[in-house]
Ligand binder design. Structure first.
Ligand code: CDP
Ligand code: CDP
Length: 235
């Protein structure tokens, strides 16, 4: 409320949150966006949606050309709501389906393809053009919104991130061992940081937030403070 009553929400038109898997980007962004009255856009969900469509069409994930030839008929829609970004492929709600293990295992390969990235980045920039948005992903500060007013690189140790992901899937149909989750998180980080096309990087003008030893609420508070502090400079 402090942030809103000071009108700081108007200063920060676009926020970029990048970082490795399980750092807390989407859950934290959602809460921060709600606090500021911003729209939250989950770009990872878009890469997951494309991956779902590729698997559903039985296209070989490793065949870049075939994957990219699916794009013109993809019909991918992102519907940001207060609680989550819903994802539709050809009208089918795949919001829950894109969190499955099979998607986790293939999404970083799909996200390494230039054509896929160009296709999604164009859509992300169009959605962000209205302003008052928080986008989270891997290349938001570097490629999608290089002029974002606030850039955060949210990270945490691989053990902390794997544990969080593990806790999340307990009692769900996506249940997996801590070790399997850690392996997936590590292999995705590796691919995301080392690919040729817009790899995960911490850009020079990003503020690093290491949430390894922070609770969820502390992380939210910390980011809201950053918004506040930086806004004061502009006022
Ligand atoms: O939530 P989690 O960190 O598991 O992943 P996500 O944000 O849903 O993103 C899934 C995958 O999509 C990442 O591992 C990246 O390979 C890719 N991605 C990307 O390349 N660029 C983005 N802006 C967002 C996601
Ligand atoms: O989007 P990303 O992959 O970076 O992570 P997430 O899906 O937002 O967060 C993974 C899990 O970590 C969620 O269940 C969060 O509630 C949790 N989390 C946490 O326990 N402590 C934090 N400081 C940040 C996130």
């Amino acid at each position: 409320d402090l942030v809103r009553s000071r009108g700081l929400g108007d200063v920060y038109k676009r926020q970029a949150i990048d970082g490795p898997a399980g750092a807390g980007k989407s859950s934290i962004s959602k809460v921060v966006a709600n606090e500021l009255g911003y729209l939250y856009i989950d770009t990872g969900a878009m890469y997951r949606g494309v991956t779902w469509a590729v698997l559903d069409s039985h296209v070989d994930v490793k065949n870049q050309k075939d994957v990219e030839s699916l794009l013109p008929s993809l019909d991918l829609t992102l519907e940001p709501t207060a609680n989550a970004c819903k994802v539709f492929v050809k009208g089918q709600d795949v919001t829950d389906l894109i969190r499955q293990q099979q998607i986790n295992e293939n999404v970083s390969t799909i996200a390494s393809y230039k054509g896929v990235r160009e296709y999604l980045v164009e859509r992300q920039q169009a959605m962000a053009a209205v302003g008052g948005v928080i986008l989270d992903g891997r290349d938001i500060g570097s490629v999608v919104l290089p002029k974002a007013e606030l850039k955060i690189y949210l990270t945490a140790s691989v053990d902390a991130r794997a544990k969080r992901r593990w806790l999340e899937v307990q009692g769900t149909s996506n249940e997996q061992s801590l070790e399997d989750i850690k392996n997936n998180v590590e292999s995705r980080d590796e691919m995301d940081k080392n690919r040729d096309e817009s790899p995960l990087v911490c850009v020079e003008d990003a503020i690093v937030v290491d949430s390894s030893n922070m609770t969820f609420d502390e992380t939210v508070e910390h980011i809201l403070h950053l918004v506040q502090e930086l806004s004061l400079i502009h006022i």
